[in-house]
Design a protein around this ligand. Structure first.
Ligand code: TRP
Length: 444
């Protein structure tokens, strides 16, 4: 490509890279414990409803903006909207800083578990011991920060060397592999004695549990899992061949991400109940229950290493996409070199992640709004900033960019969209109003 920004080799390339961004810790680590905290099945239904209305809409909106502007989010809003619109891009950059800072801490845990498993350090079938091990490890003031540094360094390394070839190729292998491993795990998890209670919790309806907190949590989870609201998909779409079928790609990405989350829950929930855990146990859930499942499988160590390896890769294909947003901005707009931008901002994000890691140990008593630092950062970015970004992205496409946006979505009418009227309604009214309502009612 003549502008030197790079481009996916095909639609499948974009779909796999965007799915690589979407599928990550959000699906296999965050989704199960959010589901556990927020009422199981009810959360799942609310989540699905949000994903298939607002999720698809906002993602398509991000794609048409990126595809039309061929720039980073700040530059895209400046080019297509002008005025105050670039502020939406800046809020996205800020959210990216925040999210990646604690995301990398958790991703670091996956690296640690890859090494701890073959050393026999996780070879307990007693989940109580695993829980204790986990708590000790993440609460340590030094170890997890070293892994956090390693993970950030790898993220920087890949972003520095340019992403298209590496990411596209790796995602095409790793995403299918992740699905395969998940299915094997599910088979073991659901056949554990006592697993049925977990499946019931996950799949049996109790609608009395719906309240604004559940809605708010599901909304935050949907944006987080789909990588929406901060310009991540927008940035990837700026490398999208203009003539490709955008809506079809979006449906693929959303479906793959949702399937991965559903399967993640199905792997974790039965084991939680089989071992008598509290499904609302929080961020440790996946790291405690799954090793206990592995310990009860033939060749358990092998499966465990494979699983944490895949989780690590899933996290890496996501973290790259977050750093890429920040780097694309400083490269496109400020003329920085890729290398300088990735190294500088990667280091800053690493530093910002340190308090998150410490908040699980020595700084555990320091709370903001009743949350430890990591949870607070997550809440601030996922439950507030991403949905807020989603509101503005929807309004922009629905009201200010509709005609051009529609031409981008259909590639000048080449791919007629039967759901255009619906998409327009969702962008103009439904998404902004529903998100605003959930945001406001969830905060009080
Ligand atoms: N979606 C990824 C996950 O589920 C995380 C992620 C990548 C993300 N890019 C993002 C979250 C942008 C919010 C915004 O793990």
């Amino acid at each position: 490509m003549s502008d030197g920004r790079g481009r996916w080799t095909s639609r499948v390339g974009f779909v796999m890279a965007a799915a690589g961004s979407a599928i990550g810790l959000g699906n296999i680590w965050r989704f199960p414990y959010m589901t556990g905290k927020s009422g199981g099945f009810v959360f799942l239904i609310v989540y699905l409803a949000i994903v298939f209305t607002m999720g698809i809409s906002v993602m398509l909106a991000e794609v048409v903006i990126g595809k039309a502007a061929q720039r980073n989010p700040v530059g895209a809003f400046a080019k297509l909207g002008g005025g105050l619109w670039p502020l939406v891009g800046f809020m996205g950059l800020t959210a990216g800083f925040i999210i990646l800072s604690y995301y990398s801490v958790v991703a670091g845990w996956t690296i640690a578990y890859i090494f701890k498993t073959p050393l026999g350090l996780l070879n307990y079938s007693d989940p109580k011991e695993l829980a204790e091990m986990f708590g000790k490890f993440v609460g340590d003031p030094i170890q997890p920060i070293i892994y956090h540094a390693i993970f950030m360094a790898l993220t920087v390394l890949i972003v520095v060397s340019g992403i298209e070839k590496g990411i596209e190729r790796w995602c095409k292998i790793l995403i299918p592999a992740l699905f395969l491993i998940l299915i094997v795990l599910i088979v073991r998890a659901v056949t554990l004695p006592g697993a049925l209670k977990g499946i019931e919790f996950y799949l049996a309806p109790d609608f009395s549990k719906i309240d604004t907190k559940v809605l708010n949590a599901a909304l935050g989870q949907a944006f987080f899992s789909l990588s929406l609201g901060m310009g991540c998909i927008m940035t990837y779409a700026s490398y999208f061949p203009r003539e490709e079928n955008a809506p079809k790609s979006v449906i693929w990405v959303v479906s793959m991400d949702t399937l991965a989350a559903f399967l993640g829950g199905l792997a974790v929930m039965p084991a939680v109940f089989a071992f008598g855990f509290d499904p609302a146990a929080g961020p440790g859930l996946t790291f405690i229950t799954l090793p206990a499942v592995f310990a009860r499988m033939p060749l358990g160590t092998l499966w465990a290493v494979l699983f944490f390896l895949l989780l690590f890769f899933a996290a890496l294909t996501s973290s790259i996409s977050i750093l890429e947003v920040v780097v694309a901005y400083f490269v496109d707009e400020k003329g920085m070199s890729r290398k300088a931008a990735a190294t500088l901002f990667g280091s800053m994000i690493f530093l910002l992640g340190i308090p998150s890691s410490l908040s699980l140990g020595v700084w555990g008593d320091f709370k903001i709004m009743g949350k430890v630092f990591l949870d607070f950062m997550d809440y601030l970015a996922s439950n507030l900033m991403l949905p807020l970004g989603g509101i503005f992205i929807s309004l922009f496409v629905g009201w200010f960019f509709w005609d051009r946006g529609l031409r981008e979505a259909t590639s000048e009418g080449r791919y007629p969209l039967s759901w255009v009227p619906l998409w327009k309604l969702v962008c103009r009214y439904f998404a902004p109003l529903a998100i605003a309502w959930i945001l406001i009612s969830g905060i009080w």
